[in-house]
Ligand binder design. Structure first.
Ligand code: SAM
Length: 228
């Protein structure tokens, strides 16, 4: 299964990347003023962030520009060298690993940003708690984890086969990238709450985001967690 992930995302990122723009969640997380999260410049400056499963790297340059020591993690050497070539920013640091096992040192990061990553499993032995606990380990005390997880009603899960609790095999990916990949999704908010309570994080807040982009439904939960 690990092979399937490497192949599908590896092939996807081989394509020409072009100009990149940070996504809305990154902008709102670090520049927004919200009831439950307002990070001012002082809280961000020179802080260490890990963009876990950074994809095409759309948020890396943004994190760097707002003054953070920026680290990105991806699953293969090929994806990383493509990003390095594309961004040409020697200050950004790269790591190869998986969200379930990063191989990074404990108590390292002030922030971890994991947008639509924890759902990708290496095997049916992985689950959400494996990834949450790995992030907890590499976060510093008082560090934040921002992560996005998926509700089963999202379009990507259409026709997906249930393998076991919360684990599905994708077969009808609208982007045709992730077919035959294991995917972790929630049917109920209470199942997400259970996973979060079983993890090492003691405090969390869940925010619902359910958007239909012209027929592609992305029903996500944005989760804010802190290591105490
Ligand atoms: C849907 S993309 C999200 C990319 C980026 N976070 C964003 O929001 O644009 C998922 C990314 O996670 C990476 N990935 C897949 N399985 C992973 C795993 N087990 N651990 C870490 N990253 C993984 C993929 O290579 C891919 O780049």
């Amino acid at each position: 299964m690990k092979k399937e992930i490497l192949k599908s995302f590896g092939n996807f990122y081989k394509k020409k990347v072009g100009k990149l723009y940070p996504n809305e969640l990154a902008l709102r997380t670090f520049l927004g003023k919200n009831k439950f999260l307002s990070l001012d410049k002082k809280k961000i400056k020179n802080k260490k962030i890990l963009d876990l499963g950074y994809g095409d790297g759309r948020n890396l340059e943004f994190f760097y520009k707002i003054g953070m020591e920026t680290h990105g993690l991806e699953i293969s050497k090929e994806i990383i060298s493509k990003t390095k070539k594309n961004l040409k920013n020697k200050k950004i640091k790269y790591h190869k690993g998986f969200c379930q096992k990063t191989n990074l040192k404990k108590d390292t990061f002030d922030f971890i940003f994991a947008d639509c990553v924890f759902m990708y499993l290496r095997s049916t032995k992985d689950n959400m708690i494996t990834s949450l606990n790995e992030s907890y380990r590499i976060l510093k005390k008082n560090g934040y984890l921002f992560c996005v997880v998926v509700n089963k009603k999202s379009t990507i899960l259409k026709d997906a086969k249930k393998i076991k609790n919360n684990i599905y095999l994708i077969s009808n990916d609208p982007l045709n990238i992730r077919n035959k990949i294991l995917y972790y999704a929630y049917e109920k908010l209470s199942d997400l709450q259970k996973d979060l309570k079983r993890s090492k994080f003691q405090k969390f807040k869940i925010f619902k985001s359910d958007i239909d982009y012209y027929g592609t439904r992305k029903f996500h939960y944005i989760v804010l967690l802190k290591k105490y």
